[in-house]
Design a protein around this ligand. Structure first.
Ligand code: GAR
Length: 392
């Protein structure tokens, strides 16, 4: 596969928003294995801020470990994907970001991240980091940059090449105990970070999720919560209208309340929705997310709960409004569009016309099929919901 095709497959443009919010970030930079993710996660947890590990976010988009991707396509293609993901997070995320060891060697990444971030250089004792990386070599977590050299020499070379970039760009340099307790170290680092330009702590949100299907987007939200991406979210209520929906298995054990609520043949749509609204009145979620909900909600529901109900539609509305699931992707492919994506919007009585919360784009390439498009769009649905959940 050529580099261009790989990029086309993976490209996802930044989200556009109808409600721009000022983004601030705390960005952890430093050598590979220095603990940027470990301490970054601890700082985010102590501060109540969303956390994003850029390497993990790149792997989410790639759908495979970075080592495997670099092995197949080389460093340059990887760096281009990393650049797109970094751009996306610098614009659409507000919290703590752990970069990869080489992220800020790319001047575009540096520029994008610097716009709205405090840089923290995580600089524990280099020999401890090096010893750790050599001991871990057999696990194959890191792709070699110069495999012709012994690892110790490669690490020394990389350190010499990068350390000045880390210290020159840092607003703060910290030397945590590499083998210390990350929670304690995290709290100490947090105390040293200036509160000027501190990211806004997202308000706590109790959410309900409705799904009729397999629950790919639901799974993404559950994973994002485990990764610390949406620390402000409480999973209050899950409802499915299909007792055999894959989403049900995923939801069990993760929500305070899980309900299977199938429509009785004698029930009208409005009667069904009245019961649904009773559930919402009991559990009082702040937001209701429709993640693969294949029912059209009645005007009564939309009138009372439409403003706090976000639907995800797998196209860039108003294009392909009124269709559902794979029918949308089929129509997109038939229309020979260059882009597709997803729209998160509030629900209103006229299907797929409620106020847009945000949209995220996906580039379509020649080899795309319904399956590949669905997969790419669903990744953007997950990122879009996370972004929407961060907002006030
Ligand atoms: C969702 O990801 C979303 O794109 C679409 O259905 C998918 C279901 O995925 N939603 C709609 O079309 C709503 N009009 P899943 O089967 O993995 O849950």
């Amino acid at each position: 596969m050529s580099g261009f095709i790989v990029l086309a497959l993976l490209f996802s443009a930044n989200s556009t928003t109808h409600n721009p919010v000022r983004k601030q970030n705390i960005v952890f930079v430093g050598f590979r294995g220095a603990g940027k993710s470990k301490f970054g996660r601890a700082v985010a947890l102590a501060a109540g801020l969303p956390f994003a590990d850029l390497d993990a976010e790149v792997e989410f988009v790639l759908d495979e470990p970075i080592v495997d991707f670099v092995e197949k396509h080389g460093w340059q293609v990887f760096r281009e994907v990393e650049q797109r993901v970094t751009h996306d997070f610098s614009r659409n995320f507000s919290g703590v970001i752990a970069t990869g060891g080489g992220t800020i060697e790319n001047s575009k990444n540096l520029q994008n991240l610097k716009k709205n971030s405090t840089f923290v250089f995580i600089n524990p004792n280099f020999s401890a980091v090096k010893k750790h990386l050599i001991a871990e070599e057999s696990k194959g977590r890191y792709q070699r940059v110069n495999p012709a050299l012994p690892l110790a020499q490669e690490l020394d070379q990389l350190w010499m090449q990068r350390k000045d970039i880390y210290s020159a760009t840092a607003d703060l340099e910290v030397t945590p105990d590499f083998n210390g307790n990350p929670e304690e170290e995290g709290k100490q680092i947090l105390e040293q970070i200036s509160k000027t330009n501190f990211p806004k702590i997202p308000p706590v949100k109790k959410i309900a999720i409705f799904s009729s299907r397999n629950g790919s987007t639901l799974q993404g939200i559950l994973d994002a919560q485990k990764k610390g991406r949406i620390p402000n979210v409480e999973l209050e209520l899950f409802v499915t209208d299909k007792k055999d929906a894959g989403a049900l298995k995923k939801a069990k054990g993760n929500f305070h309340r899980v309900e299977i609520f199938e429509q009785d043949k004698k029930m009208s749509r409005e009667e069904y929705d009245r019961e649904l609204m009773n559930l919402l009145r009991e559990n009082k979620p702040d937001l209701i997310l429709l993640a693969g909900w294949m029912r059209i909600l009645s005007p009564l529901f939309c009138e009372q709960f439409g403003n706090q109900t976000y639907n995800v539609h797998p196209s860039l509305l108003p294009k392909f409004a009124g269709l559902m699931g794979d029918d949308v992707h089929r129509a997109v492919l038939d229309s020979e569009e260059k882009y597709t994506g997803c729209t998160i919007h509030r629900v209103s009585a006229t299907v797929d016309t409620g106020e847009t919360v945000l949209q995220r784009k996906v580039l379509i390439d020649e080899q795309d099929t319904i399956e590949s498009l669905r997969k790419k769009v669903q990744k953007q649905e997950i990122l879009g919901f996370c972004e929407a959940l961060e907002r006030r």
